[in-house]
Design a protein around this ligand. Structure first.
Ligand code: ATP
Ligand code: MG
Length: 195
Protein backbone atom coordinates (compact mmCIF):
# COMPACT_ATOMS: atom_id res chain seq x y z
CA UNK A 1 0.00 0.00 0.00
CA UNK A 2 1.18 3.51 -0.86
CA UNK A 3 -0.96 5.49 1.49
CA UNK A 4 -1.18 9.29 1.64
CA UNK A 5 -2.86 11.11 4.51
CA UNK A 6 -4.11 14.43 3.19
CA UNK A 7 -6.53 17.21 3.90
CA UNK A 8 -5.73 20.79 2.91
CA UNK A 9 -7.23 21.87 6.23
CA UNK A 10 -4.81 21.91 9.18
CA UNK A 11 -5.09 20.11 12.48
CA UNK A 12 -7.47 17.34 11.40
CA UNK A 13 -5.27 14.40 12.46
CA UNK A 14 -3.10 13.73 9.39
CA UNK A 15 0.18 13.33 11.26
CA UNK A 16 -1.38 11.38 14.12
CA UNK A 17 -3.08 9.05 11.64
CA UNK A 18 0.05 8.69 9.49
CA UNK A 19 2.16 7.75 12.51
CA UNK A 20 -0.37 5.32 14.04
CA UNK A 21 -1.10 3.65 10.70
CA UNK A 22 2.65 3.33 10.11
CA UNK A 23 2.96 1.66 13.52
CA UNK A 24 0.14 -0.70 12.53
CA UNK A 25 1.92 -1.69 9.32
CA UNK A 26 5.37 -1.99 10.90
CA UNK A 27 5.35 -5.78 11.14
CA UNK A 28 4.90 -6.02 7.35
CA UNK A 29 7.60 -3.42 6.60
CA UNK A 30 6.84 0.27 6.17
CA UNK A 31 8.57 3.55 5.32
CA UNK A 32 7.09 6.83 6.53
CA UNK A 33 7.62 9.83 4.26
CA UNK A 34 7.15 13.18 5.96
CA UNK A 35 6.04 15.55 3.21
CA UNK A 36 5.30 18.40 5.61
CA UNK A 37 7.89 21.21 5.90
CA UNK A 38 6.82 21.49 9.57
CA UNK A 39 8.45 18.05 10.01
CA UNK A 40 6.20 16.89 12.81
CA UNK A 41 6.05 13.22 11.74
CA UNK A 42 9.84 13.17 11.58
CA UNK A 43 10.14 14.85 15.01
CA UNK A 44 7.72 12.31 16.47
CA UNK A 45 9.75 9.43 15.02
CA UNK A 46 12.98 10.93 16.37
CA UNK A 47 11.63 11.51 19.87
CA UNK A 48 9.94 8.11 20.05
CA UNK A 49 12.91 6.34 18.48
CA UNK A 50 10.48 4.68 16.07
CA UNK A 51 11.77 1.49 14.49
CA UNK A 52 10.69 2.26 10.92
CA UNK A 53 12.55 4.44 8.40
CA UNK A 54 11.17 8.00 8.37
CA UNK A 55 12.27 10.21 5.50
CA UNK A 56 11.73 13.97 5.20
CA UNK A 57 10.63 14.91 1.69
CA UNK A 58 8.91 18.27 2.05
CA UNK A 59 8.79 19.05 -1.66
CA UNK A 60 7.09 18.32 -4.98
CA UNK A 61 9.35 15.40 -5.91
CA UNK A 62 7.60 12.71 -3.85
CA UNK A 63 6.02 11.06 -6.92
CA UNK A 64 9.38 11.02 -8.70
CA UNK A 65 11.30 9.58 -5.74
CA UNK A 66 8.77 7.09 -4.36
CA UNK A 67 10.24 4.17 -6.33
CA UNK A 68 13.44 4.47 -4.26
CA UNK A 69 11.54 2.99 -1.32
CA UNK A 70 10.63 -0.39 -2.74
CA UNK A 71 12.46 -2.17 0.14
CA UNK A 72 9.33 -2.03 2.27
CA UNK A 73 5.91 -3.41 1.42
CA UNK A 74 4.12 -0.24 2.54
CA UNK A 75 4.80 3.48 2.25
CA UNK A 76 2.87 6.03 4.28
CA UNK A 77 3.05 9.71 3.30
CA UNK A 78 2.13 12.50 5.70
CA UNK A 79 1.29 15.74 3.89
CA UNK A 80 1.08 19.40 4.91
CA UNK A 81 -2.06 21.51 5.08
CA UNK A 82 -2.52 24.11 2.37
CA UNK A 83 0.42 23.24 0.09
CA UNK A 84 -1.14 22.24 -3.23
CA UNK A 85 2.19 21.38 -4.87
CA UNK A 86 3.37 18.94 -2.21
CA UNK A 87 -0.07 17.38 -1.76
CA UNK A 88 -0.41 16.89 -5.52
CA UNK A 89 2.97 15.18 -5.64
CA UNK A 90 2.05 12.89 -2.71
CA UNK A 91 -1.27 11.96 -4.32
CA UNK A 92 0.45 11.17 -7.60
CA UNK A 93 2.76 8.83 -5.67
CA UNK A 94 -0.05 7.08 -3.78
CA UNK A 95 -2.47 4.28 -4.59
CA UNK A 96 -4.58 4.98 -1.51
CA UNK A 97 -5.64 8.26 0.02
CA UNK A 98 -7.11 8.62 3.47
CA UNK A 99 -8.63 12.02 4.20
CA UNK A 100 -9.03 12.55 7.94
CA UNK A 101 -12.08 14.74 8.52
CA UNK A 102 -13.48 16.07 11.76
CA UNK A 103 -17.24 15.73 11.80
CA UNK A 104 -18.15 19.39 12.01
CA UNK A 105 -20.02 21.50 9.48
CA UNK A 106 -17.01 23.83 9.12
CA UNK A 107 -14.67 20.94 8.31
CA UNK A 108 -17.18 19.42 5.90
CA UNK A 109 -17.45 22.79 4.16
CA UNK A 110 -13.67 23.06 3.74
CA UNK A 111 -13.43 19.52 2.41
CA UNK A 112 -14.58 20.68 -1.04
CA UNK A 113 -11.15 22.17 -1.79
CA UNK A 114 -9.37 18.90 -1.00
CA UNK A 115 -11.89 16.86 -3.00
CA UNK A 116 -11.43 19.16 -6.01
CA UNK A 117 -7.67 18.63 -5.85
CA UNK A 118 -8.18 14.86 -5.58
CA UNK A 119 -10.34 14.91 -8.72
CA UNK A 120 -7.60 16.80 -10.57
CA UNK A 121 -4.94 14.31 -9.48
CA UNK A 122 -7.11 11.35 -10.44
CA UNK A 123 -6.82 12.48 -14.07
CA UNK A 124 -3.05 11.76 -13.72
CA UNK A 125 -3.32 8.83 -11.30
CA UNK A 126 -6.40 6.71 -11.90
CA UNK A 127 -5.14 4.07 -9.41
CA UNK A 128 -5.91 6.36 -6.49
CA UNK A 129 -8.57 4.96 -4.14
CA UNK A 130 -10.03 7.54 -1.77
CA UNK A 131 -11.36 6.94 1.75
CA UNK A 132 -12.59 9.41 4.32
CA UNK A 133 -11.69 8.77 7.95
CA UNK A 134 -13.83 10.43 10.57
CA UNK A 135 -11.30 11.63 13.11
CA UNK A 136 -11.50 13.29 16.52
CA UNK A 137 -15.05 11.97 16.74
CA UNK A 138 -17.17 12.63 19.80
CA UNK A 139 -19.45 9.64 20.34
CA UNK A 140 -23.21 9.88 20.23
CA UNK A 141 -23.27 13.34 18.68
CA UNK A 142 -25.53 14.63 15.95
CA UNK A 143 -22.52 16.04 14.09
CA UNK A 144 -21.01 12.55 13.75
CA UNK A 145 -24.15 11.02 12.25
CA UNK A 146 -24.82 14.08 10.10
CA UNK A 147 -21.29 14.11 8.65
CA UNK A 148 -21.19 10.37 7.93
CA UNK A 149 -24.61 10.46 6.24
CA UNK A 150 -23.85 13.60 4.20
CA UNK A 151 -20.52 12.23 2.96
CA UNK A 152 -21.99 8.84 2.09
CA UNK A 153 -24.94 10.43 0.28
CA UNK A 154 -22.50 12.52 -1.79
CA UNK A 155 -20.93 9.28 -3.00
CA UNK A 156 -17.78 9.22 -0.85
CA UNK A 157 -16.45 6.11 0.83
CA UNK A 158 -16.30 6.69 4.56
CA UNK A 159 -14.34 4.09 6.52
CA UNK A 160 -16.53 2.20 8.97
CA UNK A 161 -13.83 2.57 11.61
CA UNK A 162 -13.55 5.96 13.28
CA UNK A 163 -11.00 7.64 15.52
CA UNK A 164 -12.48 9.13 18.67
CA UNK A 165 -11.42 12.39 20.25
CA UNK A 166 -9.21 11.09 23.05
CA UNK A 167 -6.80 12.30 25.67
CA UNK A 168 -4.28 9.58 24.84
CA UNK A 169 -4.16 10.72 21.19
CA UNK A 170 -3.95 14.38 22.25
CA UNK A 171 -0.83 13.47 24.24
CA UNK A 172 0.62 10.95 21.77
CA UNK A 173 3.03 13.14 19.77
CA UNK A 174 6.62 12.09 20.40
CA UNK A 175 5.64 8.96 22.32
CA UNK A 176 6.33 5.39 21.20
CA UNK A 177 3.15 3.61 20.14
CA UNK A 178 2.48 0.53 22.21
CA UNK A 179 -1.30 0.40 21.74
CA UNK A 180 -2.89 1.20 18.37
CA UNK A 181 -6.29 1.77 19.98
CA UNK A 182 -8.88 2.77 17.36
CA UNK A 183 -6.21 2.73 14.65
CA UNK A 184 -6.04 -1.04 14.91
CA UNK A 185 -9.46 -1.24 13.19
CA UNK A 186 -8.46 1.49 10.71
CA UNK A 187 -5.38 -0.49 9.63
CA UNK A 188 -7.35 -3.75 9.38
CA UNK A 189 -10.06 -2.07 7.30
CA UNK A 190 -7.54 -0.43 4.96
CA UNK A 191 -5.70 -3.72 4.44
CA UNK A 192 -9.01 -5.38 3.65
CA UNK A 193 -10.17 -2.67 1.23
CA UNK A 194 -6.88 -2.54 -0.67
CA UNK A 195 -5.97 -6.21 -0.94
N1 ATP B 1 -8.18 11.63 17.95
C1 ATP B 1 -7.63 12.67 18.57
N2 ATP B 1 -8.05 13.03 19.81
C2 ATP B 1 -7.51 14.09 20.43
N3 ATP B 1 -6.56 14.87 19.92
C3 ATP B 1 -6.10 14.57 18.70
C4 ATP B 1 -6.60 13.47 17.95
N4 ATP B 1 -5.95 13.40 16.76
C5 ATP B 1 -5.09 14.43 16.76
N5 ATP B 1 -5.17 15.14 17.91
C6 ATP B 1 -4.42 16.35 18.28
O1 ATP B 1 -4.83 17.37 17.38
C7 ATP B 1 -3.74 18.15 16.96
C8 ATP B 1 -3.60 18.04 15.44
O2 ATP B 1 -3.33 16.68 15.11
P1 ATP B 1 -2.32 16.34 13.93
O3 ATP B 1 -1.02 17.04 14.14
O4 ATP B 1 -2.31 14.87 13.78
O5 ATP B 1 -3.11 17.02 12.74
P2 ATP B 1 -2.57 17.44 11.30
O6 ATP B 1 -3.74 17.34 10.39
O7 ATP B 1 -1.38 16.65 10.97
O8 ATP B 1 -2.16 18.95 11.56
P3 ATP B 1 -1.33 19.88 10.50
O9 ATP B 1 -2.32 20.21 9.43
O10 ATP B 1 -0.93 21.06 11.33
O11 ATP B 1 -0.18 19.07 10.00
C9 ATP B 1 -2.53 17.62 17.70
O12 ATP B 1 -2.36 18.41 18.84
C10 ATP B 1 -2.94 16.20 18.07
O13 ATP B 1 -2.31 15.76 19.24
MG1 MG C 1 0.52 17.27 10.34
Amino acid sequence: MRLALSNLKGGVGKTTSATYITAGLADEGVTLIDGDPQGSALRWAERADSPWLTVAMPNKTIHRQIDRFTDTRHIVIDTPPGDLGIVTSALRAADTLVIPVQPTTADMDQLAETLALVEDVQTMNDDLQVFILLSRVIKNTRSRTFSRDALTESGHTVLASEVPQSQSLALAHGQPISDLGAYSDVVAELKDLTK
